[in-house]
Design a protein around this ligand. Structure first.
Ligand code: IMP
Length: 219
């Protein structure tokens, strides 16, 4: 079994990533806290999801010396010029809860959903996943995925996390929070990025096994 560390503290993301990784044979998923006894706080000061995912994966791989996967994701609303974007987790304030962020976003969008305004408030979720294998040279492998949709004026649905109740997926008439896990994974930014990440992981695991075999031969 190869240990894979998930470099995130967001409970909603952990749940989704763990379920998306469940089918990969030979991988044992752990949290940084399981190995280090604490959750490292990585400063996410990158300007893109890719940059922040790479920052998290590199920092946690350096601390744990294990294969590490990090997800950086967020919501981009066109009428807000891409906000909340990379600040999605901290839109209301630095330590905001999901409900505080949703309330702050609804307040901003309120002015734009006046009865005389009938165009959709188009938006998309984006997800970047970075994978680092310290045993394989420490290179950062990044993949991404996105999901188009529009903002709704009132929260709908009880599943998921974050902005899920406010985001209606294009072509479905349903918010993410009205879908079950399998339905969300099939179309979500994270599901799409994880499908690509899976291929990267499979290659890295094969390369690891090859290196281990060579080490055994030389022993
Ligand atoms: P990060 O942990 O810095 O990547 O922040 C991600 C933030 O984006 C979360 O706190 C959520 O607010 C939002 N987010 C990312 N993915 C999703 C999703 O699938 N559903 C709802 N909100 C999401």
């Amino acid at each position: 079994m190869h240990t894979l560390v998930l470099a995130t503290t967001n409970a909603g993301k952990v749940r989704e990533l763990a379920s998306l990784l469940a089918g990969i044979p030979g991988v044992h998923v752990v949290m940084p806290k399981d190995l280090l006894g604490y959750s490292p706080d990585v400063v996410e000061d990158g300007e893109t999801f890719e940059a922040n995912a790479a920052l998290k994966a590199k920092a946690v791989a350096a601390l744990t010396h294990c294969l590490t996967l990090a997800d950086d994701s967020g919501l981009e609303v066109d009428a807000l010029f891409g906000a909340p974007g990379v600040r999605s987790a901290r839109f209301a304030h630095e330590r905001a809860t999901d409900s505080e962020n949703n309330a702050a976003l609804l307040a901003k969008l309120g002015a734009m959903t006046a009865p005389d305004r009938d165009e959709a408030l188009t938006a998309r979720f984006r997800c970047a996943i970075a994978i680092v294998d310290p045993f394989g040279g420490g290179e950062v492998h990044t993949v991404d995925g996105d999901c188009e949709g529009e903002m709704v004026p009132h929260p709908r649905g009880a599943s998921g996390f974050g902005y899920d109740p406010l985001f209606q997926v294009a072509g479905t008439g349903q918010t993410f929070a009205e879908l079950n896990d399998a339905e969300k994974h099939a179309i979500s930014h994270r599901g799409k990025a994880m499908a690509k990440a899976r291929l990267v992981l499979e290659k890295l695991l094969l390369a690891r096994e090859e290196r281990l075999r060579k080490l055994e031969v030389h022993e």
